[in-house]
Design a protein around this ligand. Sequence first.
Ligand code: T5A
Length: 223
Amino acid sequence: MRGRFVVFEGGEGGGKTTQLERSRQWLVESGWLERLQAKGYVRDLVVTREPGGTEVGRAIRQLLLNHSSQEAIQDRAELLLYAADRAQHVEGFLRPQLEAGALILCDRYTDSTVAYQGYGRGLDLTLINQLNQIASGGLESDLTFWLDLPCELGLARTQQRGTSDRIEQADLTFHQQVQKGFAQLAQQHPQRIVRIDASQPKDLVTQHIQAALIQSLTRWFGV
Ligand code: T5A
């Protein structure tokens, strides 16, 4: 049995966390999960995220997002910390879960590194692709949702929460570059990345994601 790996990507405040949780709930409540389990296609449904999907990763996440010292984290150090989080996550969690037949919903993965550290920080894209390859051991998502939202709107949503992390505090040009990065990735990988218009009301976004999930589940498992 081999599981499947579904990733939610996008800029700040696009609604990834909200929609990932709604997908989890829908898979359970609609009976899809039970049907896939009964036919032996899927063992379990698991939810995870990057950075911070493992215990080591949670320490790295804390360092990356809530770093408060006067000493700035340098761009290449930031890149390597995300890569370390991913290497731990892939070997210690994602691969074993997939081999055991889990359907995984993951908040962010390799495309975030290309968009944030590549397009946002301006680090060399060839280097980032090589590092993604090393950290992931070549593990790619089976399906990635890109929640596409103008960054001004996304940042306004996160600001309503009243707190912002180190990366959310970066300037608007950085977030515009990140947005450009996701758009390029979606163009380059149309077979893997599904663009979702995240400016719509939550329920409509959920409907579009569910429709795409049904299509993929049907294709993967023939049910
Ligand atoms: N990062 C990550 C890198 O730089 N490189 C990497 O390789 C990786 C893996 C992670 C940070 O690390 C960076 C990217 C990030 O900056 P995070 O907390 O995991 O940080 O991710 P964030 O994007 O910061 O998470 P957010 O919670 O800010 O955004 P979400 O998850 O996209 O949005 P969500 O669901 O929390 O919603 C935000 C608000 O908007 C509302 C929600 O209710 C909530 O209040 N909302 C909507 N409002 C109106 N209409 C809709 N359709 C809405 N959908 C949600």
